[in-house]
Design a protein around this ligand. Structure first.
Ligand SMILES: [Zn+2]
Length: 278
C-alpha cells in the first residue's frame, strides 16, 4: 500500500499554522510516529510534502522533510512548485534536483497562494516535470486557511493546463472536495489528470468512530464512488491520507469502504506505481 499524501513538516503556507502539533516536534519524533503509523496501517511507502518559502538554499522546500525521510524506510519527498519564484537561477537548481531524483512529484498550493494553474509563473514547473517524468500535484477544493481564495482552488483550473501541457501529468489532491463531480469531469476529459483521495475526512480515531464521523464518511465515500464511476477511469485515483490530519489505519478503512472492491489493488498501490514511477 502506498500513501501518496502525508505531511512530515508544517507546510508554512499563509494562515495554515502547523496543521498538527506533532509537526512542530524534532525530526526523530515525527519519524518515529510516522514509522509506527505506516506499520499499523500497512503502508510500505509514503510521499511527504515540503514547506513553502524555505529560503534560497532550498528551492523545492524539501530539506526538513528529507531529514525525516532519512529515518523512515519507504518515505519519499514531494517538492513545492512555488509560483513566487521566477528566476532562471531558481529553475536551473530545480532542474538539477529533479535530475537527481530528489523528489517523486511537485506540488502547487492552489487557493493558499493566489495563482491559478494557468498563471505563467507555473509554466516552467510543468515543462520540467514533463521532462523528468514526475507529476504535478495541486491542492484543489476546500482550504485549511482563511487567507486562501477558493476560486484558485477549483479543479476546473487544472483543465486549462492539462490541455496546454499534454506531456505533463496533473493530480487533483482531495478530488477537489467538495467539487468532486467537477474533478471527475476533468479526469474523464483529460487522459493526463489524476486524483488523490487524501484529506476527505480529518480528525482523531474517536472522531472517525463517532456517529457524526461515520455519517460524514458515508457521505463523502459516496462522492468518491460517484467520482470514480463518473470519470470512467478507476486507474486514475491514488490513495493518500493527509496524515497527521487523520490516523492512517482509520483512513485506510474509510477508503476501503468507499472504493468498490474490484478497484482496491489499483487505488491502494498499482496506480501510484504508474503515476510516480516507483
Ligand atoms: Zn495535505
Amino acid at each position: 500500500m502506498i500513501d501518496c499524501h502525508v505531511h512530515a513538516v508544517p507546510p508554512n503556507l499563509p494562515g495554515t499554522g502547523a496543521l498538527a502539533p506533532l509537526l512542530r516536534q524534532p525530526a526523530e519524533v515525527v519519524a518515529a510516529e510516522l514509522r509506527r503509523e505506516m506499520q499499523t496501517s500497512g503502508a510500505t511507502a509514503a510521499f511527504a510534502m515540503g514547506a513553502w518559502d524555505s529560503g534560497p538554499d532550498d528551492p523545492l522546500g524539501v530539506n526538513a522533510t528529507l531529514r525525516v525521510a532519512d529515518q523512515v524506510p519507504g518515505l519519499k519527498v514531494i517538492g513545492v512548485a512555488d509560483p513566487t519564484r521566477t528566476g532562471d537561477d531558481h529553475f536551473r537548481r530545480v532542474d538539477e534536483l529533479l535530475a537527481a531524483g530528489t523528489v517523486v512529484a511537485l506540488k502547487g498550493y492552489l487557493g493558499y497562494l493566489h495563482y491559478e494553474p494557468a498563471h505563467p509563473n507555473y509554466r516552467r514547473y510543468y515543462e520540467l516535470a514533463a521532462r523528468h517524468k514526475i507529476p504535478v500535484m495541486f491542492h484543489t477544493g476546500d482550504t485549511y486557511s482563511p487567507r486562501a481564495k477558493l476560486r484558485f482552488a477549483h479543479p476546473l483550473g487544472v483543465d486549462e493546463v492539462a490541455v496546454d501541457h499534454p506531456d505533463c501529468r496533473f493530480v487533483l489532491c482531495h478530488v477537489g472536495n467538495p467539487w468532486t463531480t467537477d474533478a471527475a469531469e476533468v479526469i474523464y476529459k483529460n487522459m493526463n489528470v489524476w486524483a488523490d483521495l487524501s484529506g476527505l475526512l480529518v480528525g482523531t480515531d474517536e472522531v472517525f468512530a463517532s456517529e457524526d464521523g461515520r455519517e460524514a464518511a458515508a457521505e463523502v465515500g459516496h462522492a468518491v464512488a460517484r467520482a470514480i464511476r463518473y470519470s470512467e477511469r478507476p486507474n486514475r485515483f491514488v490513495y493518500g491520507t493527509d496524515w497527521p490530519l487523520a490516523p492512517m489505519a482509520a483512513y485506510r478503512d474509510f477508503v476501503r469502504d468507499a472504493v468498490p472492491p474490484e478497484y482496491h489493488d489499483m487505488v491502494f498501490e498499482e496506480n501510484a506505481r504508474v503515476l510516480f514511477r516507483v
